[in-house]
Design a binder for this molecule. Sequence first.
Ligand SMILES: [Zn+2]
Ligand SMILES: [Zn+2]
Length: 427
Amino acid sequence: MSTTMGETVLPCPECGAEIRTDNRFTTWCAACDWNVDPVGPKEPPGRLDRARRVWAQRHGEKLLADMAADGTPHAGRGVSAVLANVVAGAVHGMTVVLVAAGIWCMVGASGAPAMMLGLLLLALAWTLRPRLVPLPRNEFLLRRAEAPALYELLDEIAGVAHTRSVDVVAVDAKVGARVTTCGVRGQRLLRLGLPMWEILTPQQRVALLGHELGHYSNGDTRRGLIVATAFRSLTTWRYYLQPMSKPSGLEALLNLLCVVPRLLIQGAQTLLDQLTARAGQRTEYLADSVAARAGSTEAAVGLVDHILVADSAANTLRREVNNPRVGRRDSQQAEEKADGLWERLTAHMESIPEHEYERQRRVGARRGHSIDSSHPPTHLRRECLLAGPPIPALVVTDIDREQRIAAELAEARRQVARQVMRDGFDD
Ligand SMILES: [Zn+2]
Ligand SMILES: [Zn+2]
């Protein structure tokens, strides 16, 4: 966070206070908030997403107060968690009914039309079945044997989070990290986005891993097997029940028939969403507290600040990809450009002046900004971390360890950079 590149000082047109500006970022006034948010909030596309965003804004602060008051772990084990599982069970129940009806048509009734209907119902049920997340195949995977130092760090952080460590690490080009549980054996997968990893300090990386592993220990209903698979089934239902555009006579009739089922599915989705959203947000705060315990409060706040300016990292990568100096078909040049990609990204992020961070915080407070609707607004996560006394790190790294981890990630860095330059950046 330096304030050297392209900086000038201007008087604020609104209140006359001194403004330090950087021509790469929005000029605004810290004294009166002039021009703090020139673009305004970007409305999320779907009605459900908009509702979620409004919800996150409204309840985020109340939740923060609750968290400060008790901060009870094992969130989402209350009444709403039970109800969410009941709704999710009903969703899967519909699939069971389809299977039963399909079998009945095929076995009980006679004639070709009944057979066809039975087959159709079974095929429908198959697409709606609770589906486990498979382990990714076309990604850069790092297993324990290939990255002993990284896994040693993960194990240590998992110990702080009181949970089992991860089984597989998939390195990708997202500005962030996520954890999931895959397959029948319940393998734990960490998706590690290099654009985020690269721009963090070693201690902030510990905080990032702490946050992610914290999700395993906090019993998030939304990520639970029954509820997560029900969300997926409902999405499939909505796809089938979507009204056809420019319908012919028969299609118009079908559209009309689908209105009530569609409303029911939408209702179930909204209900499930409401029942799990609070617990979901709560686990984010809890995951942040694990991040602080593992990497220190300072590092966890630093991590949240990086989330605040994640768009800037994404824009930098997009600029790199669209750089006209690289011919589309000139793969040799693209590879050369890929070489210093992470260094250039890190240099850009380090040059972001403090006043841009502060602007993003204020924009967040105005808009209720969050990385998505399942996360509390980012500025509130920061507030929550700073509410208590700062805590030191339980997991610390040293130069030797950092270098070993960097060596283990070297091939992934190279490959993911090339992939970004070749296929473009899409976050
Ligand atoms: Zn001003
Ligand atoms: Zn999270």
